[in-house]
Design a protein around this ligand. Structure first.
Ligand SMILES: Cc1ncc(COP(=O)(O)O)c(C=O)c1O
Length: 461
């Protein structure tokens, strides 16, 4: 397969213009300037093509989001119809539109919580920013102005805005951005493989980190802590699957101290982990939820925050006193985004996609476990159609490669050269294919991944 990357591009090419005009998100800017961009031009199903004619199996569903796959005509039709009928209106000042109302109703029906109201945004980051503001606002409304801190976890990813970036527990998202803001606390990452100490068992590990959480709550004062936020499976932190019993113990502790559980379902929501929501896979009882990504299969940007009626009642009471509930975006409840998201969720149900994803997920986990025996792989982990392989220098001691060696980045490049899009988070290779993936396509993922792993093994020597 031809490698389109080189740094001498014709001045009128998209590549040259990219290098001149764009500031790329989450990109090594120095390397990008040297290597140039990869220009993607079209996609269909689980495949995507670049402008050099190379085909890739998109085993990351974009950024964990294109659940229904690419090129769904029905969603294009719904978007066009909604644009022609009502291309925009706002939900400010009590105006509304049918698509947003019906989508809110649908989300409440689907969500594994007693949801009372739905607030719309455009991204996972703004949803989690809204979560933080709503926790502050709620505790002011109910006369507990000191109960404001939010506990997040190391290696958690909740977005990049000022508040959600603070919730994120990955150092590069803080360093030199002057984050986190005060009042955001980080507790242990529940990754047994990396976090275990002195040969402790998995359940001893859980007891220790839940004990650390309890100590943090006591140190800060439970009366100062509003909420705890978690992704059921951490995505960008390296696909971390917590040990059995972890969430049950965390949740019992939170309940004891009247600390709410914010369930960030931005990746796990809508069939990703083998059940409709990650909360169901792990037995979490969310107090509030954030959803984005697969809610529209990324056909258009939309996110939602689901809250119980008790929070809404407190907001309504405060509004009666103060006037406006003064939070919202120009595009909260954008009718075209809402119509597309609603049809996306209907298509998922009509096609029984969650059951299909669960079957394909079992298959993917079996195949991951087999590759877990590869000499480069320290741990294979995941649930449903999300998984990862952590590459290590020594399987016995779990010793990682030096970060400077760039083993994960090399393996990712070999995957791409073999026509597979995976994502390296450090030396952890992630998979998160569209939920429509089929059995032969899963075979294709793993045969390509194995070739890439063998090439990487030969390279590290
Ligand atoms: C769990 C989780 N929460 C929040 C976000 C932030 O979403 P966005 O990039 O749409 O702001 C992400 C993005 O990957 C995510 O994985």
């Amino acid at each position: 397969m031809a490698d389109p990357l080189h740094n001498e591009f014709p001045p009128d090419s998209i590549e040259a213009k990219d290098l001149k005009h764009l500031l790329h998100p989450a990109t090594n800017l120095a390397q990008h300037q040297a290597n140039g961009p990869r220009v993607l031009t079209r996609a269909e199903g689980v495949y995507i093509w670049d402008n050099q004619g190379n085909q890739y199996l998109e085993a990351m569903a974009g950024l964990w989001c294109t659940a229904l796959g690419y090129g769904e005509e029905e969603l294009a039709r719904v978007a066009a119809e909604q644009m022609k009928a009502l291309s925009y209106n706002q939900l400010f000042g009590g105006k509304t539109n049918e698509a947003s109302v019906l989508l809110a109703e649908k989300l409440k029906d689907m969500a594994p919580m007693d949801a009372g109201r739905v607030f719309f945004g455009l991204s996972g980051s703004d949803a989690n920013d809204t979560q933080v503001k709503l926790m502050w606002y709620y505790n002011n409304a109910v006369g507990r102005p000191e109960k404001k801190k939010i506990i997040s976890r190391m290696r958690g990813y909740h977005g990049v805005t000022v508040a959600s970036g603070s919730l994120t527990g990955l150092p590069p998202f803080h360093k030199h951005f002057d984050l986190p803001i005060p009042g955001i606390l980080h507790t242990d990452c529940p990754h047994y493989y990396r976090g275990q100490e002195g040969g402790e068992s998995e359940s001893d590990f859980v007891d220790r980190i839940v004990g650390n959480l309890e100590a943090l709550i006591q140190r800060e004062g439970p009366e100062t802590i509003a909420a705890f936020i978690a992704e059921p499976i951490m995505g960008a932190g390296g696909v971390v699957v917590p040990p059995a019993g972890y969430y049950q113990k965390v949740q019992a502790l939170l309940k004891q101290h009247d600390i709410l559980f914010i369930d960030d379902e931005v990746i796990c929501g809508f069939g990703r982990t083998g059940r409709p929501f990650g909360a169901e896979t792990f037995g979490i009882e969310p107090d509030t939820m954030s959803v984005a990504k697969a809610v529209s299969s990324a056909y258009l940007p939309i996110s939602a925050v689901l809250i119980p009626e008790t929070l809404y009642e407190a907001f309504a009471a405060m509004s009666a006193e103060l006037g406006n509930f003064a939070h919202g975006f120009t595009y909260s409840g954008h009718p075209v985004c809402a119509a597309v998201a609603l049809r996306n969720l209907e298509l998922m149900e009509e096609r029984d996609l969650f059951a299909h994803a669960a079957r394909m997920g079992d298959l993917m986990q079996d195949r991951l476990a087999l590759l877990g025996e590869h000499p480069l792989v320290g741990e294979a982990r995941g649930a449903g159609l999300i998984g990862a392989l952590e590459l290590v220098a020594d399987r016995e001691t779990r010793a990682p490669f030096p970060a400077s060696q760039g083993v994960g980045a090399y393996c990712m490049a070999r995957c791409e050269a073999n026509g597979l899009i995976s994502r390296a988070m450090g030396d952890t290779m992630a998979l998160c294919p569209p939920l429509i993936i089929t059995e032969p396509q899963i075979d294709e993922i793993f045969s390509k991944l194995e070739v890439a792993l063998n090439e990487t093994l030969a390279w590290v020597g």
